[in-house]
Design a protein around this ligand. Structure first.
Ligand code: S3P
Length: 467
């Protein structure tokens, strides 16, 4: 077991750093390159727990993939097998903790001429899969689930195009249907109730397909014959950059620059939320890297005030809401998130466990069925907290720890590498004092007495504010 110890940040965070490649794009790149005609080269690919699960699955499907490791930025050479060249896997495919891996592969495998089984960790087996299995069945897919969950058993079946209105705004479901659509007879039309990340559409376009969007319908034309190989550089992950950016916003006198970050507007909800709170985020060096917009983001400390998030904006900031909650705890007034019930079916119930763990640090949080409210500003207290195997909860708690008045110990934090290997090192490069501890053996508790165990929440009248 690994725990992350975070010391209170008494000096400003400063400097320029890069974060590893985008997780969503890394999953898609290795999957689509595998079924392209010819060799793809993918640079700045993210070697994280989740994406490595996808890479291993594609290898198990018979795709030769060479990797050249350079720390947390890999170069992949993928020998695309063509649309019909995948091979029956000898064993169940292990998607580990990765929702994107299992849902996208469900779409890809539904159209193959062989059977396969998709499975994953105990955490993944708790997550809803009906949202993807049900429309795939409407396309003719033969998929068996376990009470709407993994493992998923897929048998070969001919697919037909579908016109489908998604109930939840999910890029994973949309992408699964687009992947299945590559194997279907006829056109595939998918309606999204709100704008979701569009990396799959952009990548398919780059590979020569005339996929397009009209209003909130995504349309994949019939009769895909082949995909051209990719030659791309994956931008830094804005969902990882979010943590140092919020840290800079709440640690006095900080200013940090995150270089080469993907700023696809389906992903930049957090920047809008921080701006609405009075945060200063400058976007510079805006450019295109292949089909994805990229920029440098500079964030400085500022007095923040509360804001509200709902609707489309929540979808465009869904993975950043845990760390945004930490910013909200330092903002004057009551911040509100609604329309975010999806947070309850992420790696963990991110509403309930975020509230539980942030309360240990003195944050005044109220849960709602579809979100939460946070009253700020509060004086954050160092505490012993647990991230329950959820990478983004772990990193949000670490950011809170930087602004706390005493050290914070985050238990069960190895999962941070599911999306952001090098997280602690990146914070250290900006001046933070973070340290990994091995907690599998008994050791003296590194925290002062007051910070251990459950800290009772402060009442509104007791709030201290930053300083
Ligand atoms: C992702 C889509 C989102 C997001 C997840 C990654 C993707 O999930 O929360 O971290 O890569 O498509 P949903 O599609 O379930 O909204």
């Amino acid at each position: 077991m690994r725990a992350l110890l975070v010391q209170p940040q008494i000096t400003p965070l400063t400097g320029t750093v890069e974060v590893p490649g985008d997780k969503s794009i890394s999953h898609r790149a290795v999957i689509l390159a595998a079924i392209a005609d010819g060799q793809s080269v993918i640079r700045n690919w993210l070697p994280a727990g989740d994406t490595l699960a996808t890479l291993d699955c594609m290898r198990a499907l018979g795709v030769p993939i060479e990797t050249r490791g350079d720390g947390f930025s890999w170069e992949l050479t993928v020998d695309g097998r063509g649309l019909r060249g995948l091979r029956r896997p000898a064993v169940p495919l292990d998607c580990r903790n990765a929702g994107t891996c299992i849902r996208l592969l469900a779409g890809l495998l539904a159209g193959q001429s062989f059977s396969s089984v998709l499975d994953g960790s105990a955490q993944l087996r708790r997550r809803p899969m009906r949202r993807v299995c049900q429309p795939l069945r409407l396309m003719g897919g033969n998929i068996q689930d376990h009470d709407g969950r993994a493992p998923l058993t897929i048998e070969p079946a001919p697919l037909r195009g579908l016109e489908y209105r998604m109930e939840v705004a999910s890029a994973q479901v949309k992408s699964a249907l687009l992947l299945a659509g590559l194997y279907a007879e006829g056109e595939t039309r998918i309606h999204q109730p709100a704008t979701t990340r569009d990396h799959t559409e952009r990548m398919l376009q780059a590979m020569g397909l005339a996929v397009y969007q009209a209003d909130n319908w995504i349309i994949l034309p019939a009769d895909t014959r082949k995909l051209a190989p990719l030659d791309i550089i994956i931008p830094g992950d804005i969902s990882s950059a979010a943590f140092p950016l919020v840290a800079a916003a709440i640690v006095p006198h900080s200013q940090v620059t995150m270089a080469n970050v993907g700023v696809n507007e389906t992903r930049t909800g957090l920047l809008e939320l921080l701006a609405a709170m009075g945060g200063r985020c400058q976007v510079s060096q805006s450019r295109l890297s292949g089909d994805e917009p990229v920029a440098d983001l500079t964030m400085g400390f500022d007095e923040l005030h509360s804001t509200e998030a709902g609707g489309d904006l929540v979808v465009r900031a869904i993975d950043e809401l845990p760390v945004w909650a930490v910013a909200a705890s330092q903002a004057a007034g009551v911040s509100v998130v609604r329309d975010a019930a999806e947070l309850r079916v992420k790696e963990v119930d991110r509403i309930s466990l975020l509230a539980t763990e942030l309360r240990r640090m003195g944050v005044v949080v109220e849960e709602r069925p579809d979100g939460f409210t946070i009253a700020g500003p509060v004086r954050l207290r160092g505490a012993e907290v647990d991230c329950h195997g959820d990478h983004r909860l772990g990193m949000a708690l670490a950011v809170a720890g930087l602004a706390a008045d005493s050290p914070t110990l985050i238990r069960d934090a190895a999962c941070i590498a599911d999306s952001f290997p090098g997280f602690a090192e990146t914070l250290r490069a900006l001046g933070a004092r973070t340290e990994w501890l091995d907690t599998s053996h008994p050791h003296p508790n590194p925290l002062p007495q007051r910070a251990r165990g459950q800290t009772p929440p402060l009442s509104l009248g007791e709030r201290g504010g930053r300083g």
